[in-house]
Ligand binder design. Sequence first.
Ligand SMILES: Nc1ncnc2c1ncn2[C@@H]1O[C@H](COP(=O)(O)OP(=O)(O)OP(=O)(O)O)[C@@H](O)[C@H]1O
Ligand SMILES: [Mg+2]
Length: 276
Amino acid sequence: MKEKALEYRDVSFTYGQESGFSIEHLDFEVEEGEFVAVLGHNGSGKSTLARLADGLLTADGGEIRVFGRPVTEKNLFEIRKDVGIVFQNPDSQAVASIVEDDVAFGAENVGLPREEIGKRIGFALRAVGMEEYRTATISRLSGGQKQRVAIAGVLALKPRVMILDESTAMLDPRGRREIVGVVKKLNEEEGITVLLITHFLEEAMLASRAVVMDRGKIVMQDAPEAVFRREEELLTYHLALPRITEICNRLRAGGIAVQNTLDVETLAEEIAKCVS
Ligand SMILES: Nc1ncnc2c1ncn2[C@@H]1O[C@H](COP(=O)(O)OP(=O)(O)OP(=O)(O)O)[C@@H](O)[C@H]1O
Ligand SMILES: [Mg+2]
């Protein structure tokens, strides 16, 4: 059996009574090697869920484990080696002006030897497709490239779980596809467990499981394809499907059995097959 990367057991959490937000009796788990997309509109609790995993926030009740190790004060050092979080804004994450220095920063902080750091920079930049930019100036990069550098910095620490908290929110559609592609590759080729937090539903399509949060609760949990078919339910959680997915759903309702896809040409081919 696969190991559990993340386990939330009967977890409760509140920011204080006046905040009006709470998590109660939350159960959730992610197996090693999974790629889970966490969807939900603003304030549904996605970042809270992420921050509980690496001890940035502490649960009021229940238990959270990372690879079997409880998230407690005394385990934080070990927990943070396992869990890497990439945040939303690449500009606020960079700590150095040159790509390789920035990628090295975290690895230097945990005291890895020079030679190992050099290797890790190479590995991380290769993994995100930024090798040729090793000595580039970060401020000259595109948003998507900056975010790839931020991911490389986390990757250089070789985390077993990567949490991307709206890491694509500041990017244009192309930049977003770029990042999700990189993440998918890390999941498949490096075996890194991924939790991708987003409110762009199309990003969930490549995940092995999509989880929808609403008001501190997990309200849907299934294969992305299956979640996307439940259009009306998604709307009640203020989540709108990508236009092309709506069209796929309409076609199926009308008896044309197309698969969900985000690609217009693939859809056109499917329709042609179905109607010919
Ligand atoms: N430090 C805090 N103190 C008080 N309330 C907070 C704090 N951080 C978040 N909240 C509240 O908790 C709720 C959940 O916040 P959270 O950041 O987990 O949501 P989210 O799903 O990540 O939202 P977004 O899509 O905007 O990032 C929100 O109502 C938010 O206002
Ligand atoms: Mg958030």
